[in-house]
Ligand binder design. Structure first.
Ligand SMILES: Nc1ncnc2c1ncn2[C@@H]1O[C@H](COP(=O)(O)OP(=O)(O)OP(=O)(O)O)[C@@H](O)[C@H]1O
Ligand SMILES: [Mg+2]
Length: 268
């Protein structure tokens, strides 16, 4: 496999709590890899390691063969310009219009004139189907439109790798599908490498070439899409089907909710 990103036995704790407990992953160049896992399992933490926003306690992150730990701040900055990052929640600048948001990284990093920057930003908005919304403020856009503006901003510098943190979370199925189609289109048209973290199974199976599941700080499953669904591992199967653990269900069934509500009312 031609791996553009390699994570080698990454460990990361915040205080006493280990989040990543030895994660090794190879992300294939030009393909879409999807990292799955429940909320709080460390998906965002993993993505932040990939662009050096977090450093591992142990283990190595290699980008195109270079160990990020050996880079100066300046070299790391250059590496980051090869990435587009769609942050969880979109994170647009509220005081700027859609097109100004997309122009922002170009003003910061590209040596282009103002007119060329605006043209390039409009091109990116066109790719995501929002060229008629260029002058809108983020507050006047829907959640799905805001994500698409954030995606236009993420592709402005023509990145080689796009990292997507929960690109479809909080969107209805139709809007989610628009984002899924965009992820596929960007990968096909621009030949980018995509790394998507999500707990949306529909999205994972639609966009992913390879699916990886994180569980309790480790990689529990890692397989090409068509093999992934056949992995006979109970935790993987439950996650695919969206079913809770039997033990968790049993303790829920046994809990007497009416009693605890009464007790709480009396206490107040
Ligand atoms: N900077 C930090 N300091 C302390 N704890 C952190 C920090 N960043 C993340 N954590 C903790 O690490 C764990 C994993 O967080 P992370 O944001 O990676 O989860 P996630 O898998 O992305 O969840 P979600 O699907 O809800 O976005 C959580 O328990 C979180 O509270
Ligand atoms: Mg997250």
């Amino acid at each position: 496999m031609d791996a553009i990103i390699r994570l080698v036995d990454i460990r990361k704790s915040f205080g006493p709590a280990p989040v990543l407990r030895g994660v090794s992953l190879d992300i294939e160049r030009g393909r879409t890899s999807v990292v799955l896992g429940p909320s709080g399992c460390g998906k965002t933490v993993l993505l932040k390691h990939v662009i050096g926003l977090l450093q591992p306690d142990a283990g190595e992150v290699l980008f195109d063969g270079q160990n990020l730990a050996g880079l100066t701040e300046k070299q790391l900055y250059t590496v980051r310009t090869r990435f587009g990052f769609l942050f969880q929640g979109g994170a647009l600048f509220d005081s700027m219009t859609a097109v100004e948001n997309v122009m922002f990284p170009l003003i910061e990093h590209a040596s282009l004139g103002r007119v060329e920057i605006r043209d390039r930003a409009m091109e990116c908005l066109t790719v995501v189907g929002l060229k008629d919304f260029a002058a809108r403020m983020p507050a006047d856009l829907s959640g799905g439109q805001r994500k698409r503006v954030a995606l236009a901003r993420a592709i402005a510098l023509q990145p080689e790798v796009i990292l997507y943190d929960e690109p479809t979370t909080g969107l209805d199925p139709i809007r989610s599908d628009v984002i899924n189609e965009l992820i596929i289109k960007l990968q096909q048209d621009l030949h980018v490498t995509s790394l998507v973290v999500t707990h949306d199974m529909t999205s994972a199976f639609k966009v992913g070439d390879r699916l990886i599941m994180l569980h309790e700080g480790r990689v529990l499953a890692d397989a090409p899409k068509d093999e992934f669904a056949r992995i006979q591992q109970p935790t993987v199967q439950r996650f695919i089907r969206g079913e809770a653990d039997e033990e968790d269900l049993a303790s829920l069934r046994n809990a007497d909710l009416s009693e605890s509500i009464e007790t709480r009312t009396e206490e107040q």
